[in-house]
Design a protein around this ligand. Sequence first.
Ligand code: NAI
Ligand code: MG
Length: 375
Amino acid sequence: ARQRSYTIAVLPGDGIGLEVTPPALRCLEAAAERFGFTLNFRHFEWASCDYYLKHGKMLPDDWKRLLQECDAIYFGAVGDPARVPDHISLWGSLLRFRREFDQYINLRPCRLMRGVPSPLANAKPGSIDFLTVRENTEGEYSSIGGMIFEGTERETVIQDTVFTRVGVDRVIRYAFERARARPAKKLTSATKSNGISITMPYWDQRVAEIAKEYPDVKVDKYHIDILCAHFVLRPHIFDVVVGSNLFGDILSDLGPACTGTIGIAPSANLNPVSKRTDPDWKPSLFEPVHGSAPDIAGKGIANPVGMIWAGQMMFEHLGETEAAAAVLAAIENVLGDAQDRLQKGGEDVLTPDMGGKGTTEGLGKAIEIALKTSQ
Ligand code: NAI
Ligand code: MG
């Protein structure tokens, strides 16, 4: 049989993006080798502030073609606010990818792992394990609106929320599919139909309608305010949680925050509609949740787990489910056994954000070795 092979666009970006990418790539290569497929990395230095300062733009003119030739995009973090304003660096790169590749799903797993302290006092490892699914293209984040009577007492601003049937249905249906594929088979919808009286009842109505196609999935809904409270007070009740662009944005930061450091959380921006062979196929993007962290950049202490875990999500998207499971297990085992290892006189692999004295290279290496040595 022909070997499975994937071409990956690698865009490390700025700051700690440049530091977490090399060890993460070594972990992915170790997994690929073990499970019998090959990864061809195409390294790009654009989508970074260095590139912008040299060329006056964030991306080369043929960026779209270059990325579309790859099977997936593996992205570090962009931003160097002391030298380039964030609206230029982010809007000129990441947000263009999301928009132009119609990556309408933002997916984030929230999982409380052994060895990672949770800010929730009574949360036990394994007790939190859910996915947030955020609509990533429309909703509250539309550019429809404007200002009139600027600078006068009648100054007026209006921004419209846009819910299209296509946009709402496809994210809800995707969330149902994810729920159906998980053991708990449960979907929670974020709403606010008691206050936002037109778009949110519509959202609820579409959830109820699509639910008929998924009789095997349990469905519930909460208003966004109490839902946030439940994330903190009863995180164990959730399995898959779906929300509009604004509500999903809030939940997809709050969820990972409940499971420990921002340094371990991964994120996928997906366009899941078509197969690679379809002419309308578009690449999806995998990245850590965190940014370029200028405050710790250059010190070699950034947590590489968010980047490695993002690679795990990329494997899942590419259909390499065994490799994905192995990467997740390696992360969990290394973090979970870190205290043990330390007590036995071994190296401290936990980076400072997790309370240790470890380094980016050290932690990355430990996960790479775990991937190479477990059966
Ligand atoms: P940030 O996520 O870069 O940092 C927030 C805090 O978390 C900092 O104290 C940082 O040291 C810490 N932190 C983040 N990642 C860490 C890791 N892997 N290990 C250990 N500690 C970590 O967010 P901030 O400071 O608001 O933004 C910095 C720059 O990053 C800005 O230019 C911002 O626009 C950009 N940014 C880019 C994102 C992206 O590329 N997707 C996402 C968020 C921010
Ligand atoms: Mg956010």
